[in-house]
Ligand binder design. Structure first.
Ligand SMILES: [Fe+2]
Length: 158
């Protein structure tokens, strides 16, 4: 096993924490959407976050890393949602701009990782590809816009 750098371990921990926060954030936004279809789609984004966090968890155990508690992260995610007003379309447009930057960050994490961790980290990177594919399809009005997220939840790949 190649030796992981502190930067890698710190970044891995932070990104894991952000996924757990994200899960609570997306569920909190879903809760306030009155349209059942929009709510279902937002819940699916949350499920994609859950999947990504669970995929990475074994790496945290492997390196004995101690992320913040799920409760603290969930509270933080809910607060982020509470501080972010806006409807479904507002969030799609906002994330259409923001999410591609996360791909760069996840790829940078892969690049600093020991080779044996890369397959797991690709599951993390792919969750962002799946979310972006959903957003692009949804903004184009495609009927099966959630297909990329469904595929991800079934395979762990984008
Ligand atoms: Fe995420």
């Amino acid at each position: 096993m190649s030796t992981p750098t502190k930067e890698y371990l710190d970044t891995l921990t932070r990104y894991y924490e952000e996924e757990v926060e994200g899960e609570a954030y997306f569920y909190a936004i879903a809760e306030r959407l009155s349209d059942p279809e929009e709510r279902r789609k937002m819940e699916m984004v949350a499920e994609v976050e859950t999947y990504a966090a669970a995929a990475v968890e074994p790496l945290l155990q492997k390196y004995d890393l101690a992320p913040a508690s799920r409760e603290a992260l969930a509270a933080s995610g809910r607060k982020m949602a509470a501080d972010s007003p806006g409807d479904f379309l507002h969030f799609l447009r906002k994330w259409q701009v923001e999410f591609p930057g996360y791909i760069d960050e996840f790829e940078a994490l892969e690049a600093m990782a020991p080779a044996e961790d890369v397959p797991v980290l690709k599951i993390l990177t792919d969750h962002e590809h799946a979310a972006i594919a959903f957003i692009e399809a949804e903004l184009k009005g495609e009927a099966n816009s959630t297909a990329p997220m469904q595929h991800y939840l079934e395979t762990g790949t984008a």
